[in-house]
Write a protein that binds this ligand. Structure first.
Ligand SMILES: [Zn+2]
Length: 318
């Protein structure tokens, strides 16, 4: 059995594990990132997690093990460089591969966290059994990962698949990227919560008004919970979020025609409450002449997807 170490460096936690080529997790562990203490400290912590995994019982074939590492943000894979990261302050042009190779004596394969998570779901999660899938991660923003004919699609400048910045509403809400009307400005967990807050501040009634009155922020989970109890405003916001996601699915269908679209990230924990209305709207908007629309699925690996995919990427040597 071939085994690799996979590491996922996140803004708050570093996750890692020993993973087989079929995606089975033999060992796993999580430590706090302590990102505020700087790049060198985070790299040292990552090395200590790798060494802890090397010492586990499952690590018999340790010397032959490949090492895959995922970091959020803009990566230059071939140079082994993290150019910048929204979740890791101070990470500018960090030569992660050189640093980790020196400390561990292993060859390191680097990618961004979204690509790793998509590969993980593809091999042993919600994407099993298809040739092509698109994953949309609904968190602070809308991230995406594309697997086409079994391979990750990275694009010419390694920034392919920025589906969060496809426009779903002409002249719509301003997005963090500088455009207006992006999918991310409507259907991320963050923007779903902010849209709700804005309408309550404009005087609309909702059970969530009390949250704002207490000086707290509304979260996407609160919107989902309120919509489940049929709060009229929350229902309307949620319907809109699902409709924008359905529009994105139709656009993805006509660009790539994948067999399935997988929703991941914090907001995907809404499960069928998310999947069913999106799938229904996709079926409604989609013309029969194009065959079956992509199946809408919910991610299965949770926050383990990143390190699982990092290990698989190292095993595949891509
Ligand atoms: Zn945008």
């Amino acid at each position: 059995m071939k085994v690799a170490i996979g590491i996922d460096v996140g803004g708050t936690a570093i996750k890692g594990g020993l993973v087989s080529s079929k995606g089975a997790v033999l060992e796993k562990d999580t430590i706090p990132t302590q990102a505020e203490r700087g790049v060198k400290h985070v790299i040292e912590r990552t090395v200590s997690l790798i060494q802890a995994l090397e010492k586990t019982e499952s690590a018999d074939s340790v010397n032959a093990m490949a090492l895959g590492v995922g970091v959020p943000g803009f990566i230059r894979r071939r140079q082994g460089l993290v150019v910048s990261s929204p979740n890791l302050e101070g990470w500018v042009d960090v030569p992660v591969v050189a640093m980790l190779e020196k400390a561990t004596n292993r060859q390191v394969i680097l990618d961004n966290d979204a690509n790793n998570a998509a590969l993980g779901e593809y091999v042993c999660g919600a994407g099993q059994g298809v040739r092509s899938m698109v994953m949309l991660t609904l968190g602070t923003g809308v991230g995406s990962g594309l697997i086409l004919d079994g391979k990750l699609w990275r694009g010419a400048n390694e920034c392919g698949g920025e589906l969060g910045h496809t426009i779903v509403q002409p002249d719509g809400r301003r997005c963090g990227c500088g455009q207006s009307g992006c999918l991310e400005a409507y259907a991320s967990a963050e923007s779903t919560a902010r849209r709700t807050e804005e309408l309550i501040r404009q005087g609309e009634a909702s059970v969530l008004k009390g949250v704002l009155d207490r000086g707290e922020a509304i979260t996407a989970k609160m919107v989902v919970d309120a919509a489940r109890t049929e709060d009229a405003l929350a229902c309307r916001i949620w319907e809109d979020t699902c409709r924008y996601l359905a529009l994105a699915c139709i656009n993805v269908q006509h660009t790539l025609n994948p067999e399935c679209i997988v929703f991941a990230g914090g907001m995907s924990t809404a499960g069928d409450f998310l999947r069913e209305p999106v799938a229904r709207t996709v079926r409604k908007l989609h013309a029969e002449r194009f065959g079956m629309p992509p199946e809408v699925r919910i991610a299965e690996l949770g926050s383990d997807a990143g390190f699982i995919g990092a290990a698989l990427s190292a095993l595949r040597g891509e």
